[in-house]
Design a protein around this ligand. Structure first.
Ligand SMILES: NC(=O)c1ccc[n+]([C@@H]2O[C@H](COP(=O)([O-])OP(=O)(O)OC[C@H]3O[C@@H](n4cnc5c(N)ncnc54)[C@H](OP(=O)(O)O)[C@@H]3O)[C@@H](O)[C@H]2O)c1
Length: 255
């Protein structure tokens, strides 16, 4: 099965598409001819991205204002996306991390991480699932979790807890929504090289971390393409409630 062909013409909504992996997933879908709606808070970045998506071959491209932690914003964005074209695939990618020891995390920061990474997935997923159930249409949800949902390291205690919760929410939603033809799976990336972590991975602690990855390198966004397309398309038609780890073996590194 040609995974690229099976996303062609599908309407994909990617949250948190103004940078990093979200932008990458949006471009990947566009290259394979999907209709792509990108959503985040930084609208200016999305407008530029929409032009790029059209150039890459998207069947259509649109930008939406979205704060995933705000119920009214999520409802408005989903309604607007549906007006563009019936939505087929939701990619819950928006996420933030705290980067500080647990004892230095203030309540506001805790709330921001939980509201973005967990409440955001809940709001977007339940919103999309209601639309699909009411319209009697099938749907696909891909949640972007993390290997920090399975293992821990320092200075990401809240982030790690939210990602573990996303894995469990994936399973719970899959169970409840299979009867509506809605599949829910998760992708759990390991450390992927992005602009934001470039400085850390050039530092001594960063280089030491790379040495603990069995494949001795960071992931590149492209390393996620196959697993992402698998989960987003009918190639995974009998998969729901699964979480695929893509981490160069990091989670199985030797003790
Ligand atoms: N990079 C990695 O190594 C890695 C590994 C495992 C998992 N992940 C996961 O992959 C996803 C993307 O991470 P990334 O590395 O690409 O980070 P990033 O470059 O910082 O991108 C995060 C995106 O989330 C958006 N966002 C943040 N808060 C939001 C909100 N309240 N509402 C809507 N959008 C919001 C941001 O857009 P605005 O600021 O414009 O809203 C941005 O586009 C996250 O879920 C992350 O946990 C990343």
């Amino acid at each position: 099965m040609d995974l690229g062909a099976s996303i062609q013409g599908r309407h994909v909504l990617v949250t948190g598409a103004s940078s990093g992996l979200g932008r990458h997933f949006a471009e990947l879908c566009a290259r394979h001819g999907a209709r792509v709606t990108v959503a985040a808070r930084r609208r200016d970045r999305l407008e530029t991205l929409v032009e790029d998506l059209r150039r890459l071959g998207a069947a259509g491209a649109a930008a939406l204002d979205l704060d995933v932690s705000d119920a009214a914003s999520v409802t408005a964005a989903l309604e607007e996306a549906e007006r563009e074209a019936p939505l087929d695939i939701l990619v819950n990618n928006a996420g933030i991390a705290e980067s500080r020891p647990a004892l230095d995390v203030e309540e506001d920061l805790y709330d921001a991480v939980v509201d973005t990474n967990l409440k955001g997935v809940w709001l977007c997923s339940t919103g999309a699932a209601r639309i699909w159930r009411d319209a009697k249409r099938p749907g696909v949800i891909v949640n972007i979790a993390s290997i920090l949902g399975f293992g821990v390291t320092g200075s990401v205690s809240v982030y790690a807890a939210t990602k573990a919760a996303v894995v469990q929410m994936t399973a719970a939603h899959a169970l409840e929504w299979a009867r509506f033809g809605i599949r829910v799976n998760a992708l759990a990336p390991g450390y992927i090289a992005t602009e934001m972590n470039a400085a850390f991975f050039e530092s001594d602690p960063g280089l030491a971390m790379i040495r603990r990855i069995p494949t001795r390198r960071l992931g590149q966004p492209e390393d996620l393409d196959g697993p992402f397309l698998l989960l987003a398309t009918d190639a995974s038609r009998w998969m729901t409630g699964s979480c695929i780890t893509v981490d160069g073996g990091h989670l199985v590194s030797a003790l």
